[in-house]
Design a protein around this ligand. Structure first.
Ligand code: UD1
Length: 419
């Protein structure tokens, strides 16, 4: 199995280009199911999760053409079956995003229930409830969601509690082809939801209020394909900024979207970083080499993202002072804590809060990646540790960070993939 070997204590300096956003690309690829003509998606990141979504659509019979630069042309007119099989869904929970499109366009869907995952139970009850409110008849049988509807789904007044990114996206897609008006109350405001809504609008959907907590969709009869370029990945951008706040040095990230990372930038400034940005670039410079402890609580956008919590535990583990980090979105999202402790990190867990006492230096050790963002935090810890850190199970990282060792080496890190 492949591992990452990092020899730490190298200052990072230089420029990289942000990749396309995984969490925007996944729903947009699912939205290709809604169109009567091919949808062309560009700026797709080269990631395992994207391959899984393409494989899932391919397994339903969609015709998918891939250009060398990873632009993808998806033609849903060749669809042969309406099943999302367990073998694919279990490797990527975002497969649930095909439920709304299949139901609204083809009036039937069979989607495997995703089950648990490393960061918590992650139910899909809100997705199912919303589809029922739109008139779908749904049974859960043999580990599958079996859904059907007589004719078009009906517009409905849907309220999400708790706010859910995935459920908002599923309803957005379903409502775009439903009969009448749908309102999503307590909708997710994440930039990826806005990106999906913009893509759907380009396909002919009538949507208002995306980016606020009340989205109104007026269902139309048909949607057509279009050309759509997915937004830059804000979690990737924020992860590299945090890396340099830890190692010292200066980074410029090009083709980024700075306003999507404001909550993280505020915390990095609190830690002592100097951050500047233009329309599509952002720089971070660390004037004194050691960051200051920075406490935070995760929350739905525009609050601090849960997808950056692990990276900030890594930052705080070498910061000056003591910080508390509270996780409010996923209950078990602390598996990285034990691994960072193996590198000398002083972290205590109390319920959903980690108390991190910063130390001067971590020490390299063999560690294990347990989920996508947890593995990113181990990479950051390895970059600032004394000696070598070997990270096992890096397939988690390959789900969400495009060419991570290449990008870090460009910046001056010493990191290699070994088997
Ligand atoms: C998405 C992101 C993920 C990010 C998360 C929160 C994608 C592919 N993934 O995941 O990277 O960490 O948003 O920003 O975009 N919930 C329910 N019932 C449901 C659905 C969700 O109770 O039916 C709960 C979840 O357990 C969680 C909270 O709602 O506590 C938020 O989850 P949600 O926003 O749905 O996360 P995802 O869309 O799965």
């Amino acid at each position: 199995m492949e591992k990452l070997l990092i020899r730490g204590k190298k200052e990072l300096n230089g420029e990289i280009v942000a990749s396309g956003a995984k969490n925007s690309a996944l729903p947009i690829l699912a939205a290709s199911l809604l169109a009567d003509s091919p949808l062309k998606v560009s700026n797709l990141p080269h990631l395992n999760d994207i391959t899984t979504m393409i494989e899932l659509l391919g397994s339903m019979g969609l015709d998918i053409a891939l250009s060398e630069d990873m632009d993808v042309l998806v033609d849903a007119s060749t669809i042969k079956n309406l099943n999302a099989r367990y073998e694919l869904v279990k490797t990527m929970r975002a497969s649930i995003l095909v439920l709304g499109p299949l139901l609204t366009k083809f009036h039937r869907a069979k989607v495997a229930l995703p089950g648990g995952c490393a960061i918590g139970s992650r139910p899909v009850n809100l997705h199912i409830q919303a589809m029922r409110e739109m008139g779908a008849d749904i049974v859960l049988e043999n580990g599958y969601i079996k859904a059907k509807t007589k004719g078009r789904l009906k517009g409905a007044n849907i309220s999400l509690d708790p706010v859910s990114v995935g459920a908002t996206e599923n309803v957005l897609m379903a409502a775009s082809l439903a009969e009448g008006l749908t309102t999503i109350n307590n909708a997710a405001k994440e930039p990826e939801v806005v990106d999906l809504a913009e893509c759907l609008k380009k396909m002919g959907a009538e949507i208002e209020g995306h980016g606020t907590d009340r989205i109104v969709i007026n269902g139309v009869k048909t949607l057509l394909g279009c050309d759509f370029s997915v937004m830059p990945d804000r979690v990737e951008t924020a992860t590299y900024l945090t890396a340099v706040a830890m190692t010292g040095g200066k980074i410029k990230i090009k083709r980024a979207r700075p306003n999507s990372v404001s909550s993280v930038v505020n915390k990095l400034r609190e830690a002592g970083a100097v951050v500047e940005s233009g329309e599509d670039w952002i720089t971070l410079e660390m004037n004194n080499s050691r960051p200051k402890a920075t406490s935070l609580s995760t929350g739905p956008y525009p609050s601090f993202p849960t997808d950056m919590q692990a990276q900030f535990i890594a930052l705080n583990s070498i910061a000056e002072g003591t910080a508390t980090v509270t996780e409010n979105i996923f209950e078990n999202r602390f598996t990285h804590v034990q691994e960072i402790a193996r590198m000398g990190g002083k972290i205590t867990l109390k319920g959903n809060t980690a108390i991190i006492e910063g130390i001067k230096s971590l020490i390299g050790a063999p560690v294990m990646a347990t989920d996508l963002r947890a593995s990113a935090s181990l990479v950051l810890a390895g970059l600032v540790a004394d000696g070598a850190t070997e990270i096992d199970r890096i397939y988690h990282i390959d789900r969400g960070y495009e060419r991570i060792e290449e990008k870090l080496n460009i910046l001056g890190a010493d990191i290699e993939r070994i088997s």
